[in-house]
Ligand binder design. Structure first.
Ligand SMILES: *[C@@H]1O[C@H](CO)[C@@H](O)[C@H](O)[C@H]1NC(C)=O
Ligand SMILES: *[C@@H]1O[C@H](CO)[C@@H](O)[C@H](O)[C@H]1NC(C)=O
Ligand SMILES: *[C@@H]1O[C@H](CO)[C@@H](O)[C@H](O)[C@H]1NC(C)=O
Length: 517
C-alpha cells in the first residue's frame, strides 16, 4: 500500500498547487477589474496591496492622492477578507461612506488632520473611506478580527485613553441591541472635548427616539441632524452630528429652544414640573382619548377601552434607551397581568425588560421565586416607609366585589376585620427615583385599589412622575354596579370626575397614561 499511495499524494499536491494558481489568477482578475478598474503592471504587487493612488470607481475623494492605504501581507489578509474586498458591495459601501465623510469635511466637522475612530466597522469600509478621502489617522474597532484597518475590541470597553479622538463615527452598532448607555459613555470618554461624534442610524425616525438618543449623550450638543439615503437608497437613514462640550455643570440642565417649556399647570392639586417637550405633546395628541363621561356600564366601556389603547412603542421607536423597565404596582399573581398581558401583548420591540412586581400579599410571593427576569418587591407601594393595614381577601377573586371588601386595599380607618393584615409600605416615588433614570424606558401598571389618589400626587410632588414613559392606571371610584341598577359601589368614595382629573393631570405632565381596567 505504501508505494502506491506516495505517487497519489504527489499528484494530489500538484493538483492542489495548480488549483491554487487558478484561484489566485481568478481573484487577481476580479480584483483588478472590480476594484482598480484597470490592469496590473508587472512591478505592482497589486494583489495584496493597493496602490498609493487608490481610486475606487466613483469614490471621487476630494483629497485624492493623499490616501496611502496599504493592506498587510498575505498572511494577515484572510481569504474571507479578500473575498469581501473583491465583492461588488464593498466598493459601493466605501463610496457611500466617502460621500458622507466628504460632506462632513465640507461642513468643518472633519479635517485631514483629525484623529478618527469608527466603531464596529466589521468590514473596515468606513475606515477605508476615511483614508480614501485623505484622513490618514483613522482606525476602526470591531468584535470580529478584521485587520489591518480594524482592530479587535469591544465597543463597550474601548481600548483607548480618555480624550483621544477628534472624530468618532458610529453606524450600524446603534441598531444592534447593545447596551447603549454604556456605549454612549465610552464614546463620550474617548472623544476629545470640542470633538465631533457622527451617528448614522436606521432608527431615530421620530422625535421621541431622536430625543432619547440625544439624552444618551448629555455632554454633547447636537449640531446637525438630517436624513440621508442609505446604501442603494433602499432605506432612509438619519445622520446626527454631536459636539462634545467642555464638562460644565450647566450642560446637565441644557435645554433646546421650545423643548423645555413647562406645560401650563392644569390648575389642579398636581403641580407639574416635568419638562414637557414638543415630542411628548405630539404623542399625547395621538393617544386614545380619555373617556370624559362617566360610563353607565364601566365593566363594558372601560374593559373595551383597553383594546383601543395606543401603546407608546406602537407609535415610536424605543431603540435608544439605556434600560427597559416594567413596574407592576399591585401585581398580584404572575398570570394576572405580567404573564397574561405585559409579556404577551406589550409591543416590546424585541427589547428585554427588567420586570419589578410590587405585591404586598404574601399569598402571591411564592410563584415569583422561580420566575426569571422578575424582581419581587414584597411590600405595598405607598407614600412613605411605614406599616399599613392591608385587606387580604382570597375568597373574592373576581372583579367587582360588591361587599366593600377589597383585595390588597390599604385601609387607613381603624376598622377591624379578620381580613386585615399588617404589611410594610414603602415610598414608591423615592424608590422609582433610585431605581431608574430619564435615560431608561419605564412602563408602569398601577392597580392599587384606591391608593392611586395618594400615590400619583406623591409622584408629582417628588418629580418621579417624569421618569415614567407610559402608565396604565386603574382608577377606583364609586362606579355603577353590575348587580344592581342605580346603585354605586360602596367600596370607594372617589368619583369618576376625580379619576378624569387624575388622568388629565398625568397627561398634562407629558406622561402617556391609559385608563386601565
Ligand atoms: C477617564 O474618564 C472617566 C470618566 O469619563 C473617569 O472615570 C476616569 O477617571 C478617566 N481616566 C483618567 C485616566 O483620567
Ligand atoms: C424582532 O426580531 C425579529 C426576529 O429577529 C424580527 O423579524 C422583527 O422584525 C423584530 N421586530 C422589531 C420590532 O424590531
Ligand atoms: C425606605 O425604605 C427603603 C428600603 O426599604 C430605604 O432604602 C429608604 O432609605 C427608606 N427611606 C426612608 C426615608 O426611611
Amino acid at each position: 500500500m505504501e508505494p502506491a499511495s506516495k505517487p497519489s499524494k504527489g499528484r494530489g499536491l500538484i493538483a492542489r498547487t495548480l488549483l491554487f494558481g487558478v484561484v489566485v489568477l481568478l481573484l487577481r482578475f476580479v480584483y483588478v477589474v472590480a476594484i482598480r478598474g484597470g490592469s496590473c503592471t508587472s512591478g505592482d504587487f497589486c494583489f495584496f496591496s493597493l496602490p498609493d493612488e487608490l481610486s475606487l470607481p466613483g469614490a471621487g475623494g476630494i483629497f485624492r492622492g493623499a490616501a496611502n492605504v496599504r493592506f498587510a501581507e498575505e498572511s494577515v489578509v484572510s481569504n474571507e477578507l479578500r473575498r469581501r474586498w473583491t465583492s461588488r458591495v464593498w466598493p459601493k459601501a466605501v463610496e457611500f461612506y466617502a460621500a458622507i465623510f466628504q460632506d462632513l469635511v465640507v461642513q468643518g466637522f472633519l479635517s485631514p488632520t483629525s484623529k478618527c475612530l469608527c466603531i464596529d466597522t466589521s468590514l473596515g469600509q468606513e475606515v477605508f473611506a476615511l483614508k480614501e478621502i485623505g484622513i490618514a489617522d483613522s482606525v476602526g474597532i470591531s468584535k470580529n478580527k478584521s485587520p489591518p484597518l480594524v482592530i479587535t475590541g469591544d465597543a463597550l470597553h474601548l481600548p483607548f485613553g480618555n480624550n483621544t479622538f477628534d472624530f468618532i463615527f458610529a453606524g450600524r452598532v446603534l441598531d444592534q441591541n447593545l447596551r447603549l448607555g454604556h456605549l454612549a459613555e465610552e464614546i463620550s470618554r474617548v472623544l476629545k472635548s470640542e470633538g465631533f461624534l457622527v451617528l448614522l442610524t436606521g432608527s431615530a425616525g421620530d422625535r421621541y427616539s431622536l430625543h432619547s438618543l440625544e439624552a444618551l449623550f448629555p455632554f454633547c450638543k447636537k449640531v446637525r441632524s438630517r436624513e440621508v439615503d442609505g446604501i442603494d437608497s433602499l432605506k432612509t437613514l438619519r445622520e446626527i452630528v454631536f459636539q462634545k462640550e467642555e464638562l460644565n455643570l450647566n450642560v446637565l440642565h441644557k435645554g433646546e429652544e421650545g423643548e423645555n417649556d413647562a406645560y401650563p399647570s392644569s390648575g389642579g392639586i398636581l403641580v407639574n414640573n416635568c419638562p414637557v417637550s414638543a415630542h411628548k405633546l405630539q404623542l399625547l395628541r395621538s393617544a386614545e382619548p380619555l373617556i370624559e363621561e362617566e360610563p353607565l356600564k364601566p365593566w363594558i366601556t372601560l374593559k373595551r377601552n383597553v383594546k383601543d389603547i395606543k401603546y407608546l412603542p406602537s407609535m415610536v421607536d424605543i431603540s435608544f434607551k439605556q434600560r427597559y423597565v416594567y413596574i407592576d404596582v399591585g401585581a398580584r399573581s404572575y398570570g394576572s397581568s405580567i404573564g397574561s398581558w405585559f409579556r404577551k401583548q406589550y409591543p416590546m420591540q424585541n427589547k428585554t425588560f427588567d420586570i419589578y412586581a410590587i405585591e404586598a400579599d404574601k399569598a402571591f410571593h411564592g410563584e415569583y421565586a422561580s420566575r426569571k427576569g422578575i424582581t419581587l418587591i414584597p411590600m405595598a407601594a405607598w407614600i412613605r416607609n411605614e406599616s399599613l393595614s392591608f385587606e387580604v381577601n382570597h375568597d373574592l377573586e373576581k372583579k367587582g366585589d360588591e361587599k366593600g371588601l377589597g383585595m390588597g386595599r390599604i385601609r387607613r380607618d381603624s376598622l377591624s376585620s379578620g381580613n386585615l393584615h399588617t404589611v410594610q409600605g414603602f415610598d414608591l416615588a423615592e424608590w422609582l427615583k433610585s431605581t431608574v433614570t430619564e435615560k431608561d424606558f419605564v412602563v408602569m401598571k398601577m392597580d392599587v385599589e384606591g391608593a392611586e389618589f395618594d400615590l400619583v400626587p406623591r409622584l408629582f410632588e417628588t418629580g418621579a412622575i417624569c421618569l415614567i414613559d407610559e402608565l396604565f392606571l386603574e382608577c377606583h371610584y364609586n362606579r355603577w354596579q353590575r348587580c344592581c341598577v342605580g346603585k354605586r359601589s360602596p367600596k370607594y368614595e372617589n368619583t369618576y370626575g376625580q379619576c378624569i382629573h387624575l388622568f388629565s393631570s398625568v397627561r398634562d405632565s407629558g406622561v402617556l397614561v391609559h385608563q386601565w381596567w
